[in-house]
Ligand binder design. Structure first.
Ligand code: AMP
Length: 213
């Protein structure tokens, strides 16, 4: 099963991806996580990408398409994958179509997690992510069992550098200008399903499982 999670920053894509991994045993491909890993390793790509990320801007399409091309060719994607944070522009969506065709794959379903803008800033400011495995928590809506420690791997929970009010506002602008138009792109293909992203986390997971079957 090849699926994509779609939605604004802070809509809950990463949180839901973890439950989908558990149920279907398919890998999550989070382009944000891949970029953060490249930054922590100090690669040339990471150093370049960081400039855009710190500014709340999208990293250039050519870089992102290269990342996805390499990742989708890895053997674990043969059984399926969850795209989280890619594509974010029409050029990326079109490149993905082409790439999937080359690899003899299909995108089966896109799940849009709908959350109004006015809730996004609070969700992101309260977000804490695991420095080791990337799992997401929220200080109020989804606290870890032990303060500051990841439930899944015991890693330290940190606040992302771009999870501040000023950068979130820029990320939201980028989302509306460049990413939101993809909603109609996938709706037109008949593979778009919408879920209320403001519901309880477990309720959202239940709806997603109903959709995916
Ligand atoms: P995320 O973890 O998905 O919120 O992504 C964090 C940041 O990484 C974004 O604000 C962008 O700067 C960059 N990024 C992640 N995925 C993409 C993408 N598909 N296209 C462009 N930039 C991306």
């Amino acid at each position: 099963m090849n699926i994509m999670l779609f939605g604004a920053p802070g809509a809950g894509k990463g949180t839901q991806a973890k439950y989908i991994i558990d149920r279907y045993g398919i890998p999550q491909i989070s382009t944000g996580d891949i970029l953060r890993e490249a930054i922590s390793q100090g690669t040339a790509m990471g150093i370049e990408a960081k400039k855009y990320m710190d500014e709340g801007k999208l990293v250039p399409d050519s870089t992102m398409i290269g990342i996805i091309r390499d990742r989708l060719k890895e053997s674990d994607c043969k059984k399926g994958f969850i795209l989280d944070g890619f594509p974010r522009t029409l050029a990326q969506a079109e490149a993905l179509e082409q790439l999937l065709k080359e690899l003899n794959m299909n995108l089966d379903r896109v799940i849009s997690l709908n959350v109004p803008d006015e809730l996004i800033v609070g969700r992101i400011i309260g977000r804490r992510v695991c420095s080791k495995c990337g799992a997401s928590f929220h200080v109020i809506n989804n606290p870890p069992k032990v303060d500051g420690i990841c439930d899944y791997c015991g890693g330290e929970l940190i606040m992302r550098k771009d999870d501040n009010k000023e950068t979130v506002e820029k990320r939201l602008i980028a989302y509306h200008e460049q990413t939101a138009p993809l909603f109609n792109f996938y709706k037109g293909k008949g593979i778009m399903s919408e879920v209320d992203g403001t519901a309880e986390i477990s309720e959202i997971t239940k709806k997603i499982f109903e959709i995916l079957g």
